[in-house]
Design a protein. Structure first.
Length: 384
């Protein structure tokens, strides 16, 4: 019931957690108060825990990295698959859940909006974004497809996600992270696939790699059901088991020619138009999930409550009682430095910790700090 309420809060969004239990007829949600009190929900949220630490054995667990949430995650995955039959078009992509704490399998992906976090691989229905199957990347202990030893890691990840849909006429859209090997495996299980390819991958015809095309030109090769082509609008290479290199009308645009304005019919390969239409399944799921995260992040203080210590900072932690001083010289160093505590919690654009040293320290706190602005930040921001 607790999880059902969380899902409902993502559908019926409100700016404050307490509004869900409000008695005001303008904003109330009567159904929630009938199944669970606000106090019980708040306590469950505050002390949420899924594993008995006394009986959990990391050495014998099938997924040691996820042992704290494994039972819940596995149950949700099973329920998502049993509750809904997706349409024939699905997409596979990776998603990053923002997390900057300490975690063995935390990932850094610079081209994502949330650069640090937990990486998910997800199979979603292309039209609705429904997450039908999900896999958390944890490294070597990931449970992969039964024939994992024969193929690459990327192939195994996709086959693990789609295993229960194989042989049922589905078509999967992929991005260029995956390879032509995967297309051959999916075809052997009567499952179609199309998506972008990196033109320099092994197995791509040499002419596709090297030939320079003019804008609007296309070159393609066919092998059985697989068609590989290169199209020049912006240079793009694609593989498909259901498309050819045929063009379809995309629309019209106006073009000036000797002062006359004419309507020009624009065309593109059907494979590219279908890719743009179906590849957004995971992005659509991320968009829906953001509604839940917005509600929760906006209401953390209302849900958990701030401790009185944070509401009323300890008197001896105020800047008026702390003074910056030079780090005392030693026999070996006349002008010693130490790593700034505040700067060391920052990351550069490559995901590496910033290392900045300072000649100043707060003796009372025994930390090195830059005079401006780190000294003030350390003594006024509650996260420090």
């Amino acid at each position: 019931m607790f999880l059902a309420i969380l899902i409902l809060q993502g559908i019926n969004q409100k700016p404050l957690q307490k509004w869900y239990w409000s008695q005001n007829p303008l904003i109330c949600t009567p159904f929630l108060s009938q199944i669970m009190s606000e106090r019980r929900f708040t306590l469950l949220m505050k002390f949420l825990h899924f594993t008995n630490n006394g009986t959990s054995d990391k050495s014998n667990h099938p997924r040691p990295g996820l042992r704290k949430i494994y039972e819940l995650f596995d149950a949700l995955n099973t329920r998502f698959q049993s509750s809904y039959i997706p349409e024939c078009e699905a997409s596979v992509d990776e998603s990053l859940l923002l997390y900057k704490g300490q975690l063995a399998f935390k990932q850094y992906i610079p081209n994502k909006r949330s650069r640090f976090g937990v990486k998910f691989y997800q199979l979603c229905e292309a039209r609705s974004g429904y997450i039908w199957s999900s896999l958390i990347y944890t490294g070597k202990d990931m449970p992969l497809w039964q024939e994992a030893s024969k193929y690459s890691t990327t192939t195994n990840i996709v086959m693990t996600l789609i295993e229960n849909l194989l042989g049922q006429g589905y078509c999967v859209t992929l991005d260029n992270f995956y390879t032509s090997e995967l297309a051959e495996v999916l075809l052997s299980y009567r499952t179609d696939v199309y998506g972008t390819l990196r033109s320099r991958r092994r197995g791509i015809p040499q002419e596709i790699k090297s030939r320079n095309l003019k804008r609007g030109e296309i070159i393609g090769y066919q092998k059985g059901k697989m068609c590989v082509f290169k199209y020049m609008d912006k240079p793009i290479c694609m593989l498909s088991t259901i498309h050819t290199i045929d063009f379809v009308e995309q629309g019209k645009k106006k073009k000036k020619n000797n002062g006359d304005v004419k309507d020009i019919i624009t065309k593109k390969p059907k494979a590219i138009l279908d890719y743009n239409r179906t590849m957004g399944g995971v992005d659509l799921a991320d968009q829906y999930l953001s509604y839940y995260l917005t509600v929760e992040s906006d209401n953390l203080l209302q849900t958990y409550g701030e401790s009185k210590i944070l509401q009323n900072p300890a008197v001896d932690h105020l800047t008026g009682r702390h003074f910056a001083s030079h780090i005392e010289a030693t026999e070996k160093k006349k002008m010693p430095t130490r790593v700034c505590t505040v700067c060391s919690k920052k990351f550069d654009n490559k995901g590496r910790r910033v290392r900045k040293e300072s000649r100043f320290e707060c003796k009372q706190c025994n930390v090195a700090l830059c005079i401006v602005p780190c000294f003030e930040i350390f003594h006024t921001v509650k996260d420090f």
